[in-house]
Design a protein around this ligand. Structure first.
Ligand code: NAD
Length: 292
């Protein structure tokens, strides 16, 4: 019997990810609010559906790749959608959702006979396209076992993080560290430039030194100094992720000054520049900061 997969959210990440799942023995039904996204999914060989209910109807596995956990919840349980979910189906939320929302959603789904694992990813659109994402999976071992063959089609490294919600906690932690690195690296380059150092030279030296990071190695030249700002990851999504990490820390009674500060920087940048711009455009927000 063919495995029926529903893929909800065919955006920058979801579209290439869903594409990797299309193949012998698997039927992939997709849905997105955007007609353009659905058109591209159909072109890639998927079956685009008119609404979520149609996509999830009779699906064995439902994968969500949506902006946040509130939207995931609405997609699965909003309106009459939940009536179309098949008993025993497995939901894999690959969005970067908040762990608390995920735990609540998992409980609500459980009461309807539906299982959930959280399996957020890192690596950006480049590694979504190449099928080499890092995947961090939280959930019951039996459910994770079931999800794993599909996750292997999308990712190079599949990490088991523990109970439901733990993948999402790990993802928020990663994006805090990554987002703090973006800000620090951009400020370092701007500071060097102000002093009279050549920005590309600053980046080269960081890359050969202890200041090296994903931002210095990839983002700085490819998206920021080039002025292309086309990393495919929106500023508002990064602000959301660091906000999740900040919320987690506060729930756990931690008072981490840098985390609180960095969450604020990304939030103010999103308010200033708009949440839809590329996250690398934060350079425009940071460059505007000068003493009067
Ligand atoms: P995106 O905005 O490109 O895609 C989200 C898609 O969801 C859009 O096509 C949108 O139309 C659709 N959508 C929104 N609400 C919907 C609804 N109610 N029903 C159906 N479709 C709906 O975002 P993305 O970059 O693909 O990110 C998706 C998730 O992955 C986010 O949680 C993000 O934080 C995370 N993520 C993104 C990246 C990246 O580099 N872009 C990397 C890792 C994780």
């Amino acid at each position: 019997p063919r495995l029926k997969i529903a893929f909800i959210g065919l955006g920058a990440m979801g579209l290439p990810m869903a594409g990797h799942l299309i193949g012998p023995g698997r039927e992939v039904a997709g849905f997105d609010l955007s007609d353009e996204a659905k058109r591209r999914f159909s072109e890639a060989g998927g079956t685009s559906c008119a609404d979520i209910a149609a996509a999830v109807w009779n699906a064995d596995v439902i994968i969500t790749m949506l902006p946040n956990g509130k939207i995931v919840r609405e997609a699965l349980l909003g309106g009459e959608n939940w009536r179309s979910l098949k008993q025993g189906a497995l939901v894999i939320d690959m969005s970067s959702s908040a762990p608390g929302d995920t735990r609540r959603l998992s409980e609500q789904l459980q009461s309807k006979g539906i299982r959930l694992v959280d399996a957020p990813v890192s690596g950006g659109t480049r590694r979504a396209i190449s099928g080499t994402l890092a995947v961090m999976v939280g959930g019951e071992a039996r459910d994770v076992d079931e999800a794993e063959p599909l996750l292997r089609m999308l990712g190079a490294n599949i990490f088991r993080t523990g109970a439901v919600g733990s993948g999402h906690a790990m993802k928020a932690i990663n994006n805090y560290v990554s987002g703090a690195g973006v800000v620090a690296t951009i400020e370092g380059v701007l500071l060097g430039k102000e002093f009279g150092l050549e920005p590309t030279v600053v980046v080269d030296i960081l890359n050969a030194s202890s200041g090296k990071s994903n931002t210095s190695e990839i983002k700085m030249k490819q998206f920021i100094l080039s002025g292309t700002f086309n990393s495919g990851f929106a500023l508002g999504l990064m602000a959301k992720d660091i906000g999740i990490a900040n919320g987690l820390a506060s729930e756990l009674g931690l008072n981490f000054e840098n985390l609180i500060h960095i969450a604020g920087v990304w939030e103010r940048a999103a308010n200033d520049l708009g949440s839809g711009v590329d996250h690398t455009e934060i350079v425009k927000y940071l460059a505007g900061h000068r003493q009067d």
